[in-house]
Design a binder for this molecule. Sequence first.
Ligand code: MG
Length: 400
Amino acid sequence: MVDQNANAPPSPHCAAIIVAAGSGSRMGGETPKQFMPLGELPVLAYSLNAFANDPRFTSIIVVCAENWTDTVHHIASAAGVGVITAKGGATRRESVKAGITALQQSEGPRPDFIYVHDAARPGLTQNMLDQLMDALANADAALPALPVVDSMAMIADGNLAQSLDRTHMVRVQTPQAFRAEPLLRAHEIWAGGHEPTDDARLVQSIGGTVAVVAGDERLIKLTHPHDFALFMALTGSTLETKNMRIGQGYDVHKLERGEELWLCGVKLEHTHGLSGHSDADVALHALTDAVFGAIGAGDIGQHFPPSDPQWRGARSDQFLHHALELAKAKGFVLGNADLTIICERPKIGPHREAMRETLAGIMGLEVDQISVKATTTEKLGFTGREEGIAAQAIVLLRSA
Ligand code: MG
């Protein structure tokens, strides 16, 4: 038996320097684009996750304006990624230099390879990280680039001046990957003059070789507001495969004199109240069953048996809370909930907003994720005769 790993070379140490120092003025607004929400996450989180999910990356440096440092740490901790921040400089070169300095001062292992990436390019894939690493076997640096498909021309005073041959042109993207030594040396000995637009050119200026790998349209640099929608469209297939669960619940309780009437965690004044298990809040019970249903975890009666005296008169918000905690433990959070209360009286409309707000509080959601509707049954059936109130709920859960 041969240990197949016995002769495997040790895994290299890689560091990522993510440049997030731009002010994003072309997007409008106060928040730079790299911190704006993109689908479920801030833009920066996508790149952080891509690097953090690759075990070769032992250090991640984020270069940002000083007043955004707290935001960067907040985004990183929400993503469960440890980062070091460095203060951005006046130019891109200075920002990367600041990242290199922070890397050298850090206690992490000395990296063999350094990747420099724009925070505004969230579409980074493991495949891209691997392609660049493979290319570094034969070059000092490697970058992704895409062919130019449009005709290229120069303009002067708004008029066409000169057509250009696009055959040899490419659109250069990031991340740009480097053997650590030439990148550090290029920054160290940079003699000033015309600012390099990227680090590959800096390494090239000291005689380093730069390999080009096939770029990826998903690495689009978010520049204009419509780029956010474009990115979502380009990556739609991955986002759509996110795990979702749907669940529905239904409950009925009997109306009786002398009982309190609780609906959606709100106490209503009425001639009758609901009797039964706990505080008999049919709306909360229907929602709780919908959540249990979505995660395949049985129903409210199994979790909180009506025969158990500890639940007599209990507030039902704790049942819903428990169901949501179970969902969370299985990796799901609530996307939205839609509830219909079926009764002749009392009128639900005047209490609708209070109910939505109370449910939002119980479920830790925004009010606009919760719908409360009501209908009568035209005086038909047990609800029409005001013998009881029914509620039905539907919920959507999604991967946390
Ligand atoms: Mg019930």
